[in-house]
Design a protein around this ligand. Structure first.
Ligand SMILES: [Zn+2]
Length: 445
């Protein structure tokens, strides 16, 4: 192996998975964390004769476990005009993410062993971060018959979802949960009642009327949340709820958790900081599914971060070609990108004292890793060296044109934020680095 060893010293290490918050040194060898202490002995002790040791002085910088995003759309296979494995995973690395779950609504969708096998081959050669495919629940994500869940699991999917679409047939949804329970992985529910939401563009109400488009009622999400919680209760299976966006759904999840139902939940950064009014200014770059909700829902979601009802923040990174997003609001596809803005947006919630820094990092690391049972999200000794170095004080203006992602459909374009990713490491390998900011900090021993 030709990798270096690394000694990261004097960083503010925030690792909620091990309860670490403070100045810390960290030693990486053979792609793993081998030592972590307030101050490690002089580097000579750690240097091996046969290979180099890189010593980073990270005074003033923060060191986090590599971030984990359990909900992204990589558009591979078949929609490479929107995103590719290279651009999507480089965007992840630039945003500090080292593990991502790729949703199955591709072309073809991830509903067959052969498709997963091909995708995994491409991941091995093209991706710069760890990519975990999610298998479809139903064939063709059409909601008519179950996909071969066991075979998909055998090929390495970590969860099942028809994300982008609901599984409207409760009988199929129940069967899927029963199977998933036997197989030992979660089902991820995109909670949306097709009949209530059909044809809708933005949140139902005054704004939809003003824009002359059909509205999507909050009830479209809530009735499916209720149904899926009932099915999780009935089956005992682990249900994960994607992009929860309403106060009522969150309240049901809170009660379900209190009852001991196996449910985990994620929210997106955009639902945490933008409300329904954003579409008036941003147009199709504020069109997503579920839609941006009224302010009271936004505040309820923030409360859900604080009280533990929410397990993870996930970007729902949904790249589209600029031409697609440029069509009318009614015709533009749903979705916004988020890999390169999620961490700064979460830090803005820290600055507004909506949540603490440790909780923000927990929601981006060990929280999502636990929800999906991934070996990721903490810098415990012995774990793989997936980490991110951040300059927490560097402020910058979000510029979508500079993104690694191929897409530009970002609702935060132009925002002034802080928290620049300086280096991202996956298994001891540097996959993203701002050399300018770090060059004076490195000693090569
Ligand atoms: Zn979805």
């Amino acid at each position: 192996m030709s990798t270096s060893d690394f000694l990261f010293s004097n960083a503010l290490l925030v690792d909620p998975g091990t309860g670490t918050f403070g100045s810390r040194d960290l030693l990486v060898r053979d792609g793993r964390i081998v030592e972590s202490a307030p101050s490690l002995a002089p580097y000579q002790q750690w240097k091996r004769e046969e290979r180099p040791l890189e010593i980073y002085d990270l005074t003033g910088y923060s060191l986090f476990p590599g971030l984990v995003d359990i909900h992204i759309h990589l558009r591979v296979p078949g929609q490479e005009h929107k995103e590719t494995l290279v651009s999507g995973t480089q965007a992840a690395a630039a945003g500090g993410f080292t593990s991502v779950l790729a949703m199955p609504n591709t072309t073809p969708c991830l509903d067959r062993s052969s498709v997963i096998r091909d995708l995994k081959k491409r991941i091995a050669s093209e991706a710069v971060v760890r990519v975990y495919p999610v298998g479809a629940i139903t064939r063709g994500q059409k909601g008519r018959s179950l996909a071969p869940l066991e075979a998909l699991r055998w090929e390495g999917v970590v969860a099942f979802s028809d994300d982008g679409r609901p599984v409207m047939n409760a009988c199929l949804a129940r069967q899927a949960m029963q199977k998933a329970l036997q197989i030992g992985c979660p089902t991820i529910s995109h909670c949306e009642d097709d009949h209530l939401a059909r044809g809708g563009v933005v949140q139902e109400g005054e704004i939809a009327e003003k824009l002359g488009v059909k509205g999507i009622p909050s009830a479209a999400e809530d009735v499916m949340t209720a149904r899926d919680l009932a099915l999780a209760w009935d089956t005992g299976a682990h249900l994960h709820l994607a992009h929860v966006s309403t106060a009522r759904s969150l309240e049901m999840i809170r009660k379900a958790k209190d009852r001991g139902i196996r449910v985990t939940a994620e929210v997106t950064p955009h639902h945490l900081v933008l409300d329904e009014k954003a579409v008036l200014k941003l147009g199709s770059n504020a069109k997503m599914n579920p839609p941006l909700r009224p302010e009271e829902d936004v505040l309820a979601l923030q409360e859900g971060l604080r009280d533990g009802t929410v397990d993870a923040v996930a970007s729902d990174h949904a790249p589209h070609h600029p031409d697609e997003k440029a069509s009318s609001l009614a015709e533009a596809p749903f979705g916004v990108i988020g890999l390169e803005t999620t961490l700064p947006v979460m830090l803005s919630l820290v600055d507004q004292e909506r949540i603490g820094l440790e909780r923000a990092i927990e929601l981006l690391t060990v929280g999502p890793a636990r929800a999906m049972a991934l070996d990721a999200g903490t810098l415990q000794v012995g774990r793989q060296a997936d980490l991110v170095i951040v300059d927490p004080d560097r402020t910058f203006r979000v510029d979508a044109r500079s993104f690694r992602s191929k897409a530009r459909n970002c609702p935060f374009d132009g925002w002034s934020v802080r928290g620049r990713t300086l280096l991202t490491m996956v298994g001891g390998k540097v996959v993203h680095e701002e050399t300018e900011s770090l060059k004076d900090r490195i000693t090569r021993g």
